[in-house]
Design a protein around this ligand. Structure first.
Ligand SMILES: [Zn+2]
Length: 334
């Protein structure tokens, strides 16, 4: 941050730096979280689980960011969203890290695991609650845990959620977290597609959670290296601009820099979005199968079902064709 050139008074500079360094969600932006949860529903095979999820599509979409909002009020929430694998491992594939909570906490202690995050375990914990809710045909809990699971699966697919250098603060790249997961997807949204194929039954839920996290860890090098190489083509005053956000001004990456980074890095972000989406659909489908394939159609509100039928058919078609016809109906304050 000390390298940034801003022609302004020290007080204004301080305010701008504060605004720049705060407001980082450290999670896919709300934009991407909502789309991962929503698109994952269309990965499900035709069964009562699909019908039930389809009829609650707006709930699953609008509650995708809920775990991030809980971080403000629940001190236990934050470490559920990441894991700093480079605390434990050097190089790629953190294969020395025990994959079960019991073995991991035995090796490193509960305090250490909580300090450096445990998103892969949180995926398994939330999945288990979803299975129980499905067995009990508990509508509210099914929706709650299904939406939460989407959030944690999404976070596990973000490379910067697998490192202690989560915002580039240790490599002189502060701000890269929001750049990768929010600014590029939002600015280049018309170049992303969200049809992630068919969900499948997962052999090992725990194994899958670790595959996602290791995939993120392995992608980390290019996330950082590409930012460094693209930055060489931008002077500081071309890389950053002051943008208006609500009523305040905020120092931010320029659109030109965001686009250049996104183009150079792609299709990595696209791939991680699709990986998260397909994995989420597969976790939901597997939870339903493990719960004994309960008939969830009995939980559907027939009035909503009638209203949604035509709309959803159209939306599914557009998603598959790559011109997804989805506009947010409820905006969540970020
Ligand atoms: Zn998060």
């Amino acid at each position: 941050m000390s390298k940034l050139k801003i022609k302004s008074s020290p007080i204004l500079l301080w305010i701008l730096l504060f605004l720049f360094s705060s407001n980082q969600g450290f999670s896919w932006g709300f934009w991407a979280h909502k789309r991962i949860n929503r698109a994952a529903v269309f990965c499900l095979p035709n069964n009562s689980c699909f019908d039930f999820f389809k009829n609650n599509l707006d709930y699953l979409t609008n509650n995708a960011p809920a775990p991030d909002l809980r971080r403000n009020s629940d001190p236990l929430e934050a470490p559920r969203h990441f894991i700093d694998l480079d605390i434990y491992c050097s190089g790629h594939d953190c294969d020395t890290f025990p994959h079960t909570w019991a073995l991991a906490t035995k090796k490193y202690s509960v305090d250490t695991i909580k300090k450096y995050g445990y998103v892969p375990f949180q995926i398994v914990f939330t999945y288990r609650k979803l299975v129980e809710s499905m067995k009990n045909k508990d509508k509210d809990n099914i929706l709650h845990y299904a939406a939460d699971l989407g959030h944690y699966v999404g976070d596990a697919c973000v490379p910067l959620h697998s490192t202690k250098n989560y915002d580039g603060q240790l490599s002189g790249q502060k701000g890269i977290h929001a750049l990768w997961e929010s600014k590029v997807p939002e600015l280049m949204s018309n170049q992303f597609h969200f049809y992630a194929g068919k969900a499948h039954l997962i052999d090992s839920v725990q194994g899958m959670a670790w595959t996602l996290v290791n995939g993120s860890f392995n992608a980390l090098d290019s996330v950082l290296a590409v930012e460094k190489s693209v930055s060489k083509d931008f002077s500081e005053d071309k890389k950053y601009v002051v943008k208006q956000r609500g009523k305040s001004n905020k120092k931010d990456y320029s659109d030109e820099f965001i686009t250049a980074y996104g183009k150079e890095l792609n299709p990595q972000i696209q791939r991680r979005l699709l990986t998260a989406t397909n994995a989420l659909g597969s976790f939901w489908y597997t939870a339903w199968a493990e719960a004994g394939q309960p008939d969830l159609s009995t939980l559907i509100d027939p009035k909503v079902a009638k209203e949604m039928k035509k709309k959803l058919k159209k939306e599914q078609k557009s998603l598959k064709k790559g011109n997804w016809d989805y506009t947010e109906t409820i905006s969540v304050k970020e």
